[in-house]
Ligand binder design. Structure first.
Ligand SMILES: C[S@@+](CC[C@H](N)C(=O)[O-])C[C@H]1O[C@@H](n2cnc3c(N)ncnc32)[C@H](O)[C@@H]1O
Length: 317
């Protein structure tokens, strides 16, 4: 079961792609690469390999975070990284929200829906998040698999500390695809909660992309309902094009990074409605969709109109 998808999709040149792209996958690794996950020699899908590639590298990064240089490397060469001087990704775990504010570099881990955050009003400077991209990945279905066997592998004490029940109506992605606009409803609740905890000068930042007008309409309505305005937007290279999520799906290879502020802060970009959104160029598509989002957030518009404008912009009716 170990990370089989990596070798499986890369075919017979396992090392070829890893240096050029980073993975951003939540796939169910259904193809075992090694018969023996404990095999001690160098191989592509063993526990040892997993430990070095994921845990050890993550730990090293935390001690000395680094970032990728923006300038593109010459064709075929590995990207260059530069250390972020003075930065360490290390902190102290605390148990209550109060302790976050009383300590430096403290973090609190919570399991549950982001529609309810254990934080006081107007207490947060930045919310940097990564919501589901509408219906792209069925997270609940994928996670259900782990809920079956994980309880059998951990200790009784650990088991007791975990919440194994799972209310699917709280998940942003609608597993049942029953047209109830679960995505819009849950995202609306989450953004409203973000608006409550953000300081007036705070920012909500996240990435998004999708071809479907319904997805952009749901996002627009959720942000509108929570009273956000678009301050800025960027488009950056996103999902590895050979990822199992996007292979064969005419994937968008860029993400829009959206930077939003509470409307009452009075800080926003000057967005105009793009005359035409070209679906053939992924990066420009993301930039234009974000601009249209920014324009719509600044307009008085009924829900029907929001949906219609997106359908027309993305040429669906
Ligand atoms: C795009 S993924 C984030 C992936 C993450 N950035 C990573 O690299 O692993 C979106 C996540 O939102 C989670 N999610 C769905 N509904 C949620 C909710 N109501 N509250 C918090 N998270 C939710 C999904 O389970 C999924 O893990």
């Amino acid at each position: 079961m170990l990370c089989g998808y990596k070798g499986a999709v890369r075919g017979n040149r396992p090392g070829a792609i890893r240096h050029a792209f980073s993975y951003h996958a939540y796939s169910f690794p259904y193809t075992a690469l090694e018969n023996n996950a404990l095999f001690p020699a160098k191989a592509s899908g063993t526990l040892q390999k997993l430990y070095h590639d994921r845990l050890w590298r993550a730990k090293r990064w935390a001690r000395q975070p680094r970032e990728r240089q923006l300038s593109a490397p010459a064709n075929g060469t590995a990207p260059r990284f530069v250390p972020i001087r003075g930065e360490r990704d290390i902190g102290q775990e605390v148990r209550t929200a109060d302790e976050i504010f009383d300590n430096e570099r403290a973090f609190l881990l919570q399991q549950g829906s982001a529609a309810s955050l254990p934080l006081p009003d107007a207490s947060v400077d930045f919310i940097v998040t990564d919501p589901p991209y509408y219906d792209n990945v069925q997270y609940s279905d994928l996670a259900a698999f782990f809920r079956v066997w994980l309880p059998r592998l951990i200790s009784e004490k650990q088991n007791a500390a975990c919440e194994w029940r799972y209310d699917q109506s709280q998940a942003a992605v609608d597993s049942f695809q029953n047209g109830s606009d679960q995505y819009g409803r849950v995202l609306g609740q989450i953004f409203a909660e973000c608006g409550r905890v953000l300081k007036p000068e705070g920012r909500l930042i996240f990435t998004f992309h999708h071809w479907k007008p319904q997805s952009w309409a749901a996002l627009t309505l959720a942000l509108k309902g929570a009273g956000f305005r678009l301050v800025n937007r960027y488009a950056v290279h996103s999902e590895n094009p050979i990822s199992v999520h996007v292979a064969n799906l005419r994937a968008i290879t860029d993400d829009a990074i959206l930077v939003l502020a509470p409307a009452e802060a009075g800080v926003h970009g000057d967005w105009s409605r793009p005359a035409h959104i070209d679906k053939s160029a992924s990066r420009q598509f993301c930039r234009d969709c974000a601009a249209l989002l920014g324009w719509m957030l600044a307009q008085e518009m009924a829900e029907r109109e929001v949906r219609r404008v997106w359908r027309v912009a993305l040429k669906e009716g």
